[in-house]
Design a protein around this ligand. Structure first.
Ligand code: DPP
Ligand code: ZN
Length: 863
């Protein structure tokens, strides 16, 4: 397979200034006419042919400067045009006509049909499935787009920018012309056509301009758009206030689609969203859904500046826009929490995700730097490393420079690069230059894969009243190469003392090993370091359980307070121990502390995920870890049953549903209590859970009760599941929850295995192999979110995985490749799991017709 390398970047031979598209939409045969104004590019070589990308297109005709042109070659992936006028040294016009077949497009890249409507997805390389083009992000052009379609079937016609005109044509067709005033790369092109309706609002932005905001959905979903609109308005105001960035278009549209590979897409002025990240009302969406919608709407809106106005030179720079935009949406969501403790809760959730998903990736066969050096299929690099670790790297600039210094860097970045396609180095240079800082060592965060380890050694000399810490850094064994460079690591720290007289400081670890000395300490302090998770590292610190207990009950840094509890639980679970009395007491004090945020309590009593526990083991026995974690949880449930019962009452949220952070936190804690109580005293609490299921006026409470019944193997679960299905049969997103809950149910005594459930669900009449959300809620949920059921000694889970990857791949390679990542960490498992995984991987790898997407993933896993 072909590999692409970052260092082989060449500036384009040609570029386009103006692109005109005329698209006659027909599901079976869409005719695309393009008119391209071509100029020599910054890498022009006289006489070089113009090589356009095109994929799964039917070529019809080519004209240059108005004349039919015959000197060209077609391959399955390119159109190469020779004999250009004047050797291509001056502007010329290329006109191409081609045809594509949207109704056959199940990959959901390019132009496709979903529920009778047309949608596009062009990032990263989908535009080449619509027409022949220089489909690379450093070619930026102005677009004028004419859409034509049968009016009765496709009354709404949308594209990027501003609507110029709308016309009735003969034969029941109509057309719309859209013009985008901002030059953009092809990956930001979008069109939408069909039977859609919108809610709209007009707002005034900071310069006093009026802007039209619209959210387009299928008519029956209009009532579920309010929260997305509120989130959009909040995002627009936040970006003005925090970064001085204003919406630049007269009109900003969001469109929801039920068939979508990703979460959402930031096409200029016309964001296309997975329905999952738009539609919400209290009866059908959980608190988590509300929060996700707010953050994804913000994320895509923020791309308008970080991604669209300033874009990526090439796809190796993806983290330039994604890491930065995730950081921006994280900060926005933290501000939306409305309190300091809310900010900390958001931080804990983000770090938990990073460590559960990104740390394993960084230690596995697909490990790559946030700026990868090589890829076979770029779709495989929309990863938690590029996104979440990328956001951590951006956060470290802010930690080092302060919020104001970071803002100065952002201002300089836009001043220098607005309208350009640039690199991660350009971003780093703007941060450095705006603050007169030397970031040459910081660059290694972009070039080295793997999670760094920082080892802490401490000593206290009572005679001298002196305390010392020595920090040493190393890359993990897997990824360390001889020439690995030391990182610039910002570590926030504070010494916790009885006198409480120490301030928080920032240590910058830049050498392999450094020592810091602290004087005049009357007694040995407790070290709180990497506060607020200031650096994305593994902290190797053998802190005593006594010190951890001190931090868990009193560290003023909420993140480290939470972290101390996680570490205690983790050590005990991995040591196959139950929580000791001191920890139970600490849990009890925390749960009954009237001043603590309920959302924080919920996180503090949520145990580390199984997959995070795996990362701590040299050889993983998944059944053993599952059993130890479950026993530990059962002990917390029973020992604290009185506190859980009290919380279940105290955390009720009477009155109309409000999705704000404070109410959501109460519901989370109440529902954790319910789940614990079902574990501790099922006979008493099963009827209570059934009652909550039936009486709930919102999805958070209804779903939580249902999940608790299902997860604990309650006899009432089946009836409630059936009721749930009937109640919500018309709501695809709720039915996805119904599928996902059953597929991710861990093993329970006396119940059938989840694998047989999943196999049954796959035959269910509502299961659809070509709908990514449904596939993810059944197959991915089982293979990637139900470790104790998936990892079976007989390998049956892996056989199901192999069969599913092979069945999905011809339909949708991107969704299949994501599933294929499910066995990445096979080397880490004990026998016989490891052998069974290996044979499943080989089975997939042996298929001769694998997509480039899946091939890259499994060959790297085996490699
Ligand atoms: N739509 C994806 C995102 O916003 C890819 N750009 O991250
Ligand atoms: Zn993004």
């Amino acid at each position: 397979p072909q590999s692409f390398r970052r260092l082989e970047y060449r500036p384009p031979n040609y570029t386009f200034t103006q692109v005109e598209l005329d698209i006659a939409l027909d599901p079976a045969r869409t005719i695309v006419k393009s008119r391209l104004e071509v100029l020599p590019g910054s890498g022009h070589e006289s006489g070089a042919p113009l090589v356009l990308q095109g994929y799964e297109l039917e070529f019809v005709s080519l004209r240059i400067n108005g004349e039919a042109h015959r000197q060209f070659e077609l391959t399955p992936e390119t159109l190469t045009i020779h004999a250009l006028p004047n050797e291509g040294k001056q502007a010329f016009i290329v006109e191409i006509i081609c045809v594509c077949v949207p109704e056959k497009n199940t990959s959901l890249m390019g132009l496709y049909v979903s529920n009778g409507n047309f949608f596009t997805q062009c990032e990263a390389e989908g535009f080449r499935k619509i027409t022949y083009f220089l489909d690379r992000p450093d070619v930026m052009a102005r677009y004028r787009v004419t859409l034509r379609a049968r009016e009765s079937e496709y009354p709404v016609l949308l594209s990027n920018g501003n609507l110029i005109s709308n016309e009735k044509l003969s034969n029941g067709w109509h057309s719309a012309v859209w013009e985008d005033p901002f030059p953009k790369p092809s990956y930001l092109f979008a069109l939408v056509a069909g039977k859609l309706e919108c809610i709209e609002e007009t707002i005034t932005t900071s310069s006093g301009a009026q802007k039209l905001l619209q959210i387009w959905v299928e008519p029956h979903d209009l009532k579920k758009t309010r929260h997305a609109m509120d989130s959009l308005i909040a995002s627009i105001h936040w970006d003005e206030k925090r970064y001085g960035l204003e919406l630049d278009l007269e009109r900003f549209m969001i469109v929801a689609v039920g068939d979508f590979n990703m979460g959402a897409m930031e096409n200029k002025g016309l964001n296309v969203f997975n329905t999952k990240y738009v539609l919400a009302q209290p009866e059908t969406a959980t608190d988590a859904d509300f929060a996700n919608i707010e953050s994804v709407v913000a994320h895509e809106y923020f791309h308008n500046w970080t991604g669209n106005r300033v874009t990526c030179r090439d796809w190796f720079q993806l983290s330039l826009k994604e890491g930065l935009t995730v950081f921006r949406d994280q900060e926005f969501s933290a501000d939306q929490m409305g309190s300091e403790s809310g900010r900390a809760v958001k931080r804990i959730e983000d770090v938990r995700l990073l460590r559960q998903l990104q740390f394993p990736e960084d230690a596995g066969p697909m490990a790559h730097p946030i700026r990868p050096d090589e890829y076979q299929e770029i779709n495989n690099f929309y990863t938690v490393t590029v996104y979440e670790k990328g956001a951590e790297v951006v956060r470290m600039y802010q930690t080092l420079l302060g919020v104001e210094g970071f803002r100065k860097g952002m201002d300089l970045y836009f001043l220098r690069h607005d309208g350009q396609a640039v690199t991660c180095d350009d971003f780093l240079a703007a941060m450095a230059d705006a603050n007169s800082r030397d970031f040459s060592q910081f660059k290694h965060w972009y070039s080295q894969a793997g999670t760094p380890h920082v080892k802490v050694e401490e000593s206290y000399d009572a005679g001298k009243k002196q305390y010392q810490i020595t920090l040493s850094q190393s890359l993990s064994v897997n990824t360390e190469s001889k020439d690995s460079q030391t990182f610039h690591i910002p570590l926030k720290m504070r010494l916790l003392t009885d006198a409480d007289d120490q301030v928080e400081t920032l240590l910058e670890l830049t050498q392999q090993q450094q020592t810091w000395t602290f004087d005049e300490l009357a007694s040995r302090p407790v070290l709180s370091i990497n506060r607020n998770f200031s650096a994305p590292i593994h902290l190797d610190f053998n802190q005593s359980e006594a010190d951890l207990l001190v931090m868990f009950s009193s560290d003023d840094d909420a993140f480290n307070r939470w972290e101390a509890g996680q570490k205690l639980a983790m050590q005990m679970i991995l040591g196959n121990r139950l929580p000791d009395p001191a920890l139970i007491t600490a849990y009890r004090n925390l749960l009954t502390d009237p001043d603590l945020d309920p959302a924080f309590k919920d996180l503090a009593l949520t145990l580390p995920a199984e997959t995070y526990l795996y990362e701590q083991c040299a050889s993983v026995d998944p059944q053993q870890i599952y059993a130890a974690r479950r026993a530990f949880r059962h002990a917390i449930a029973t020992e604290l049953r009185i506190e859980w019962a009290a919380l279940y009452q105290q955390m009720q949220t009477p009155g109309p549903f409000n999705p704000d952070a404070a109410s959501a936190g109460k519901r989370a804690l109440k529902n954790l209590a319910l789940s614990m109580l079902l574990d501790a005293d099922p006979i008493i609490w099963t009827p209570m859970a059934v009652n909550q299921y039936q009486k709930a006026d919102n999805m958070t409470d209804r779903y939580a009760a249902l999940a608790a019944l299902v997860i604990h193997g309650s006899k009432s679960a089946a009836a409630c599941l059936e009721d749930f299905y009937t109640r919500f049969a018309d709501d695809a997103l709720v039915i996805d929850k119904w599928f996902a809950l059953q597929s991710s149910r861990p093993p329970v005594a006396n119940a059938e295995s989840s694998l047989s459930d999943v196999k049954r669900l796959r035959e269910h009449e509502a299961f659809k192999m070509n709908n990514p959300n449904r596939v993810r809620s059944v197959i991915h949920a089982f293979c990637m979110n139900n470790p104790a059921s998936f990892h079976q000694v007989d390998g049956s889970g892996y056989a199901f995985w192999a069969e599913s990857v092979l069945a999905l791949d011809p339909i949708n390679p991107q969704v299949a490749a994501r599933l294929a990542r499910g066995l990445d960490r096979w080397r880490q498992f004990a026998k016989p799991y490891q052998d069974q995984m290996l044979s499943a991987l080989k089975q997939v790898n042996n298929c001769e017709t694998l997509s480039a997407d899946v091939k890259e993933v499994v060959s790297k896993a085996l490699g």
